[in-house]
Design a protein around this ligand. Structure first.
Ligand code: IVH
Length: 676
C-alpha cells in the first residue's frame, strides 16, 4: 500500500472516532458498542506505531477523549467564587476573631456581630439575574471559571425564573447550595454513595430531563457581582432573599461573641441527625458589609468568614509500632501504626506523632493505649496516653539519630523566627542523595498543585523508582514507554494517557515551576511572590549569583529564612543539573503582568509608625489592591514612606537622605480618594 493510501485510511478512522466522541460527549449518544469503539482506537494506535509519519491531534494517543466537562461551556465568574478557611475548635475561633480585630485596629473588647449559617454539604452554584430574569447558572468550577449548567438549574423549583419585586437589584449573581434531601436520596435506587454525590451527578447530567428526575433543592446564602443592591449587612441580605422568593436556611442566626457561637454550634450539632439535609459545620460571616470589604481576601478565601467544622471525633486504640517517615525536605516524621479503629465512619490505622519533641513530651511508647482524634481533613493524631493501661515492661521510645533511609546524620535547625531549635529532626543529606527524600521530591514535582501530571500518582512514582525508571524530575520526560506498556496493569491506552498528560504539562507557568522544585520554605504563596517579582525563569536562574539573592529582601513576605533556603538550593550541584535539564524540556511561561490600572500603579511604599484606625495588614492590602507594592527597606527604589504616629527616626532620616517622598497617613489616603 502506498503512503498516501495509508494516510487516507488512517484519516478516515480518525474522523470516525471523532464523530463517535462528539456524539457521546456532547449528546450522550453511543453510536456503536464499546467493543467496536475500543477496536477502532486500537487500530489507529497500531497504524501509528507501524508508520511513524501518521500523526493527528485527534489521535487517541494524544487526545484522551473529550472530557465530560466539555459538555458544558466554561464561563468566567463576574466575581470569583471563594472557598472558606476552617476552624475545628474554640481556639481556632478565638484566633480568627483576634486576627480580625487586629486587622481592623479595633479595641480588644470590640464585639463583632456574626451571621451564623449551617453549612450545607452540597454543590455551590451561581445564578446570574439581569432585570429580574434568571439568565445563566454556573457551577463553581475552579472558582474563577464555572460551567454553564443553566438548563439543569432551571429544573430546580427553588430557583425563581423571574423576580418581580421592586427592590431586586438590576444585576446580581445569587449564590447558594444545590442539594438533595436525605429522604429523597433514600428513595433513589441508584449508584450514588451519598446525597452530595447524587446532587453533583444530577446537576452535571448532559440532558436536563435526567436532572429533573432527581429532586434537587436550592438554598441561597451569598452574592457575587451586583448592581443596585442597597443593603449593609448579611442579615438584611438573608431577609431580602426570602422576600425575593429564595429559600434560606431556617437555622441561620445573628450572634455576638465566641461563647455564643459555641453554644449555637453545640445546639445545632445535637439537631444534626433530625435534619433532612447533611450539614458539615457552621459558617460564620462578619455581618457588616463595610467591615467585610475592609477585611478583603487572603488567597482564595475571605478574611471575614470561617467554617466551623463538625466531627472532631475520637476513639481509643493501641500503638502496634512506630515508623519513621521521611518527607521531601528530609523531615523525620514518626507515625504510629495503630490497631484499626472506626472514628466517625472512617477506619483509621495510622496516626501522626508529629515529631521527636511531641513523642518525648507525651512519652508515647510502643504498646501504649492512646486516645486518637480525627478532625475534619486533618491527619489523625494522638491526644493522650492512658498510663494506667501501660505495660510494666514498656520502654521509652528512642528516636533514631540517623536517617532510616540513607543512614546520614540527622540535624535540628535553628529557627530564625522563634530563635529556638526546631522540634523537627531532618536528614542532613542533599535532597536527591537520600532515596526516600528523592522519591518524595518527585511525588511533589508531579503533584496536583505543582506540575499536575494527571494519572502520575504517588504509587506510580514509587513503582517507577523501584524499576529505576526515574531518579530525578527530568527523567519523567524521557520515560521508556515501551517498557512501561509491558508492565503488569499497564496497556496501550493507559500508556497513551500517561504520555498525553506528561506532554500537556511541558507547558507550565513560572510560579508552578518554582513551587514544583520543592525548595524548603517556598510554598505556593512564596512561589507566587517570587514569580510575580522575578517574572522569568532566566531571572530565577540568576539567583545562583549571591549578589542577586539579597534583592529578594525587597519582596514583602520573603525573609532571611526563605533566602537562606534558596541559597542552599543553588549550592547543590544536583539541583543545578535538575534546573539545566528541565529548562531544556519544559516551556516555562513568564509571569503574567498584573493588571496595571490601580491608582498606585508602579509605586512602592514603606510604612513606619502606628496608623490611625487601620492595621498594617489592612494598609498593605489597600496598597496592593491599588496595584502598588510594599518594600521592607528604604532604598532608591522606594517612592513613598508613609509615616504614622511615632515613626522610626532612622527610616525617616534615610528617606530624607535619598529624596524619598514622605507622606502622612491622610496624604496617602488622599491619593486613594479616601479619608481617615
Ligand atoms: S459563603 C465567601 N455561606 O461552603 C465564602 N458558603 O468552603 C464562600 N457553603 O463553596 C461562600 N453553606 O459551597 C457560604 N452559608 C454558606 C454556606 C457556604 C455552605 C459552602 C459553599 C462554599 C463552601 C466554602
Amino acid at each position: 500500500m502506498s503512503d498516501d493510501l495509508i494516510k487516507k485510511k488512517y484519516n478516515k478512522k480518525i474522523k470516525l472516532l471523532n464523530n463517535y466522541n462528539k456524539k457521546y460527549y456532547d449528546q450522550n449518544i453511543s453510536e456503536v458498542s464499546d467493543t467496536i469503539y475500543d477496536n477502532l482506537k486500537r487500530e489507529i494506535i497500531n497504524l501509528e506505531k507501524k508508520y511513524n509519519f501518521l500523526k493527528s491531534l485527534n489521535s487517541p494517543q494524544v487526545n484522551v477523549g473529550y472530557k465530560p466537562s466539555k459538555n458544558f461551556k466554561k464561563i468566567a465568574h463576574r466575581a470569583p467564587m471563594l472557598s472558606l478557611a476552617n476552624a475545628f475548635n474554640e481556639d481556632d475561633l478565638i484566633n480568627f476573631e483576634k486576627k480580625i480585630i487586629n486587622f481592623l485596629n479595633k479595641k480588644k473588647d470590640y464585639q463583632i456581630e456574626y451571621s451564623a449559617e449551617p453549612k450545607i454539604d452540597g454543590i455551590s452554584a451561581s445564578l446570574i439575574y439581569k432585570n429580574g430574569k434568571f439568565i445563566t447558572g454556573l457551577s463553581r468550577g475552579d472558582g474563577k471559571e464555572g460551567e454553564d449548567i443553566t438548563e439543569n438549574l432551571k429544573t430546580i423549583k427553588d430557583i425563581p425564573p423571574s423576580i418581580l419585586n421592586k427592590n431586586f437589584p438590576q444585576e446580581i449573581d445569587i449564590r447558594g447550595e444545590v442539594f438533595i434531601k436525605n429522604s429523597d436520596f433514600k428513595k433513589l435506587t441508584n449508584k450514588f454513595a451519598n446525597p452530595r454525590n447524587a446532587a453533583s451527578g444530577s446537576l452535571r447530567q448532559k440532558d436536563s430531563k435526567e436532572t429533573k428526575k432527581i429532586p434537587l433543592n436550592f438554598i441561597a446564602y451569598t452574592f457575587g457581582h451586583e448592581r443596585g443592591l442597597k443593603i449593609e449587612t448579611q442579615n438584611e441580605f438573608l431577609e431580602k432573599l426570602e422576600m425575593w422568593g429564595f429559600k434560606t436556611n431556617p437555622f441561620n442566626k445573628t450572634i455576638k461573641g465566641i461563647k455564643n457561637l459555641i453554644k449555637n454550634y453545640n445546639d445545632i450539632e445535637k439537631k444534626r441527625d433530625e435534619l433532612d439535609f447533611d450539614i458539615d459545620g457552621i459558617v460564620y460571616k462578619i455581618n457588616n458589609f463595610g467591615l467585610q470589604k475592609r477585611l478583603g481576601n487572603i488567597a482564595n478565601a475571605p478574611r471575614w468568614a470561617i467554617a466551623h467544622k463538625f466531627s472532631a471525633n475520637s476513639s481509643i486504640s493501641k500503638i502496634k509500632k512506630i515508623e519513621i517517615q521521611i518527607g521531601r525536605t528530609g523531615a523525620l516524621t514518626p507515625v504510629a501504626k495503630i490497631k484499626p479503629v472506626n472514628i466517625g465512619g472512617v477506619v483509621v490505622s495510622n496516626a501522626t506523632l508529629h515529631n521527636e519533641d511531641e513523642i518525648n513530651r507525651k512519652d508515647i511508647r510502643i504498646g501504649d493505649t492512646v486516645l486518637i482524634e480525627r478532625a475534619g481533613d486533618v491527619i489523625p493524631h494522638v491526644i493522650s496516653v492512658d498510663l494506667n493501661l501501660r505495660d510494666k515492661n514498656s520502654k521509652k521510645f528512642i528516636f533514631p539519630k540517623n536517617c532510616p533511609s540513607c543512614g546520614s546524620k540527622t540535624v535540628k535547625d535553628f529557627n530564625l523566627t522563634t530563635k529556638k531549635e526546631d522540634s523537627v529532626r531532618r536528614c542532613s543529606r542533599d535532597g536527591y542523595e537520600c532515596e526516600k527524600m528523592a522519591i518524595e521530591k518527585i511525588k511533589h514535582f508531579v503533584s496536583k498543585e505543582a506540575l499536575n501530571i494527571e494519572g502520575f500518582g504517588k504509587k506510580i512514582v514509587e513503582k517507577f523508582w523501584d524499576l529505576k525508571l526515574i531518579r530525578l524530575p527530568q527523567d519523567i520526560f524521557k520515560l521508556d514507554f515501551n517498557k512501561i506498556e509491558n508492565l503488569e496493569g499497564w496497556g496501550q491506552l493507559s500508556v497513551a494517557n500517561l504520555k498525553y498528560s506528561i506532554e500537556l504539562r511541558k507547558n507550565i507557568s513560572f510560579e508552578k515551576f518554582i513551587f514544583a522544585l520543592g525548595i524548603r520554605h517556598i510554598g505556593l504563596e512564596n512561589a507566587k511572590l517570587l514569580s510575580k517579582n522575578l517574572k522569568s525563569l532566566k531571572n530565577f536562574l540568576s539567583l545562583s549569583n549571591k549578589n542577586n539573592l539579597y534583592e529578594l529582601l525587597n519582596i514583602d513576605g520573603i525573609g532571611e529564612t526563605q533566602i537562606n533556603s534558596i541559597k542552599n538550593f543553588f549550592l547543590s550541584k544536583t539541583n543545578l543539573k535538575v534546573l539545566r535539564d528541565l529548562e531544556k524540556v519544559l516551556k516555562v511561561n513568564d509571569a503574567k503582568i498584573q493588571k496595571v490600572d490601580g491608582k498606585l500603579n508602579n509605586k512602592t511604599f514603606m510604612l513606619t509608625g502606628k496608623l490611625e484606625g487601620m492595621s498594617r495588614a489592612e494598609a498593605k492590602s489597600l496598597i496592593e489592591e491599588n496595584s502598588g507594592s510594599i518594600v521592607s527597606n528604604v532604598s532608591k527604589k522606594l517612592d513613598y514612606l508613609i509615616t504614622g504616629d511615632k515613626p522610626t527616626k532612622r527610616k525617616v532620616d534615610s528617606a530624607k537622605e535619598m529624596n524619598v517622598q514622605i507622606l502622612t497617613q491622610s496624604e496617602w489616603l488622599k491619593m486613594l480618594n479616601k479619608t481617615t
